[in-house]
Design a binder for this molecule. Structure first.
Ligand SMILES: [Zn+2]
Length: 430
């Protein structure tokens, strides 16, 4: 029997153990508080630390250090890391092979309205081959898969030749300080896999995300005297329509084979005090997703930076305002309040090929595409200089949602693909 078949058979034999391992992870409430200002990752990190040590990993639990991270432009300030440790577990290679980081986050979003859930958010219940639970898709299944892939390789008699470093991080949902915390501690390897949910696609690139607040001023007055006031919500609608027009332009012109086009989404509106008043203020919040690079008509690639996108959006809004007598003199205040930069690894990198061929063996196909959101891969690739690919079980559309879930078949398949890829990557000489 060949190596791949032996590894795959061992994983099939350990299927119930793998399901139980994931259920135990789901049963920890590791949700974040106030978008990552605080969080409850302590217990699950302790449990994983104990498990990894039992399996021969050298571990390091440490709290991300705000002082060391604050110089980075995509650092999220004001978060507390007391009792929120990152966990690094290193399995020393048997010798000579390439090293690999496996990175995933254990924090989850809050459960939201419990009455909406058809399943216990911390139950790990299984129905028709689907496991339900808060964070099971984003991304406890990915974290369980990467840890068990490494463990099962050892059980199958193929301990990795190169070092494998598991990074189980905190505070991804709040902006990504957990992984940035690992980078500033100096942790590096020859390559990395981030096991965010990709539906088992191999994703060597992720989009950039900019969040924009537009503060529109009007002139408040009683609704019966509306002609004397200026309706800030109506002016805000003008800006929304203008930005959707810019999005349509992008849709027609901006493209990259790995990604859907860039988007502009209005996510939040706040304005007005009562139905009987002309509102004097309206605050809009937009999400702008952009591509790491764009292809021109002649096929040439153009790198895109956050500053380029910011300048284009601002210019568009200012031009729109110049055509409106009120907005020209009362230009809205624009605040870019969050930025998650994109990441891009050339799709012909060896790790992409290895994951694709491993997925081909297990699934009969190895699809390469782009991660449509922002993710921690950016810190590893852009800050630590580690070539990074995103690959994991689960579908992003079920992340951050009521009755979040993952398919058991996909989870088991992810363990197999990861095990084959880890074996192939770490077997080659560094
Ligand atoms: Zn995630």
């Amino acid at each position: 029997m060949d190596t791949s078949a032996q590894i795959s058979d061992l994983i099939d034999a350990r299927r119930e153990y793998a399901i139980d391992f994931l259920r135990q992870m789901v049963q920890f409430d590791s949700s974040t508080i106030q978008h990552g200002l605080d969080g409850q990752e302590y217990a699950i990190q302790q449990w994983l630390d104990m498990t990894l040590r039992e399996w021969g990993f050298q571990t390091h639990l440490f709290e991300p250090d705000n002082d060391k991270m604050k110089a980075f432009p995509d650092f999220s300030p004001g978060h507390s890391y007391a009792k929120r440790p990152n966990l690094i577990g290193t399995l020393r290679g048997t010798g000579g092979g390439r090293s690999l980081i496996l990175n995933g986050h254990v924090d989850t979003m809050p459960a939201g309205d419990r009455s909406q859930w058809g399943h216990d958010p911390w139950g790990g219940e299984i129905e028709d081959g689907i496991m339900y639970g808060l964070g099971v898709c984003d991304m406890k299944a990915g974290v369980a898969a990467m840890i068990l892939a490494t463990r099962f390789l050892c059980e199958a008699g193929y301990p990795p030749a190169g070092d494998v470093m598991v990074q189980s991080v905190v505070d991804e949902e709040g902006g990504g300080n957990g992984t940035l915390g690992c980078v500033v501690e100096g942790y590096k390897a020859d390559a990395a896999i981030v096991t965010e949910p990709t539906r088992l696609h191999i994703q060597p690139a992720s989009r950039g995300v900019l969040l924009l607040e537009v503060d529109v001023q009007g002139r408040a007055t009683h609704a019966c005297l509306k002609w004397g006031g200026v309706n800030a919500i109506e002016k805000g609608v003008k800006i929304i329509e203008g930005l959707l027009e810019l999005e349509r332009l992008w849709l027609a012109q901006r493209r990259h084979p790995l990604f859907p086009p860039p988007t502009i989404t209005i996510g939040q509106i706040a304005g007005g005090l009562a139905g009987s008043q002309v509102p004097g203020r309206c605050v809009l919040k937009f999400d702008v997703k952009y591509l790491p690079e764009e292809l021109a008509q002649d096929g040439r690639a153009r790198k895109v930076t956050g500053d380029m996108v910011k300048a284009e959006v601002e210019d568009w809004i200012y031009t729109l305002c110049a055509g409106d007598p009120w907005l020209r003199d009362h230009c809205p205040t624009l605040t870019w309040y969050q930025h998650c930069i994109p990441h891009y690894l050339e799709p012909d990198h060896a790790l992409v090929g290895l994951l694709a061929s491993s997925a081909g063996r297990v699934l009969g196909r190895g699809v390469v595409s782009g991660f449509p959101a922002g993710c921690d891969a950016r810190h590893l690739q852009n800050r630590a200089g580690v070539p990074t690919v995103i690959f994991g079980p689960g579908d992003l559309q079920y992340a951050h949602s009521i009755d979040e879930h993952v398919s058991i078949e996909e989870y088991i398949a992810a363990i197999k693909v990861l095990a084959l890829a880890i074996h192939a990557w770490t077997s080659a000489a560094s």
